[in-house]
Design a protein around this ligand. Sequence first.
Ligand code: SAM
Ligand code: SF4
Ligand code: SF4
Length: 402
Amino acid sequence: MTIIVLQFGATTGEPITVAWGDGRLRADIRQEETCHSRQMNPTMKIIPIRAGEPAPPRLPDAGEWSRTEPLHDQRGRGVRDLRISVTDRCNFRCVYCMPRSVFGKDYPFLPRAELLSFEEITRIARIFVSHGVRKIRITGGEPLLRKHVENLIEQLAALPGVELTLTTNGVLLPRMARTLRQAGLHRVTVSLDAIDDPTFRLMNDADYPVDAVLEGIDAAAAAGLGPIKVNMVVKRGVNDACVVDMARHFKGSGHIVRFIEFMDVGSSNGWKMDEVVPSREIIDRIDRVFPLQQVDPNYVGEVAKRWRYVDGSGEIGVISSVTQAFCSTCTRIRLSTEGKLYTCLFAQHGHDLRDMLRAGADDERIESAIAAVWLRRDDRYSEIRTANTAGRRKIEMSYIGG
Ligand code: SAM
Ligand code: SF4
Ligand code: SF4
């Protein structure tokens, strides 16, 4: 895999798109910019956008495994959480996820025919549930942009013993919360990166106001989609000054804010370690104003570390994917919008199930393929992250979902 770095003396501010090889490996010339000043850096890079490996690896055979036993990977981890991305499109352009300079108007989002249908998704999900998945999260892109997503929810809600959740930027919730609840959705997680309006607009880069998201949170709560988790990605120098205000706003509301370390997902967000605010620092900042004490996890492998306010007015969480890796208990698998399985958020390629489905494979064959992928899984990216691994070409967060 190649990343070509070009040096230009001056910039126009517009991304330049190039197609490469068979056209699948598409790239934009992206400009690096600083958070506050937004001044252009004269260094420009060509950055591949999608998980455009020339050809997906052939699915290995499952080998010896029992259809009735839970699946365990090479590190003894079971498969418990399935995250399903239903679209790679979004109405936001969050600077840490879909920078506008890369995800511009010419960006080649997946055509409709390439998306898994709701029936195909449900068929795969049912097989996962029979092998131990107990939690399904619908994500994207912005999942509420997928037409009639409530029909998918209805199908998934019929699977036995599954907690069904959805992560959203929230602005479509006033319109959709009640329908989603009626379809069988249990909870939502809403992303909100600042309670300060100008800072939030800077983060979402699509001019959405804080109030639009707060209305979404209220609508979700009123529809019975709580307890609501509110995700805030913290980027040093951009929104980290809003951490305490964010905690203050939701303290006592019953909603749980989770502060997330800015991650090196994908290849387009220009991640740098010095823009990560360690969770320890976030806890210290809040604790100085609102004293906190740590709480036991709800279950083994819970991603967020829990802290409660000493005065009993609720709890917050921190997700320390960069500074305190939690790979040893990672039970998550991801299904992309176009039907590829990814065993790690930082994977470089996935395992295609869509071709199998559309070629008429029976459930047994698909089950074997899924088992083979999980049995051979050995991922632990966050434990081995270095400046070098951060620069690898990886799948984009907006493609695979958080
Ligand atoms: N569009 C929906 C939303 O924003 O909630 C769902 C998809 S979004 C990719 C899922 C979650 O990933 C969001 O909470 C978002 O803030 C988080 N996220 C995206 N890029 C991230 C990054 N580079 N580091 C940490 N979290 C990130
Ligand atoms: Fe869209 Fe969510 Fe990514 Fe923001 S974090 S650009 S809302 S997919
Ligand atoms: Fe799981 Fe990969 Fe994240 Fe580790 S880096 S916790 S293996 S998704």
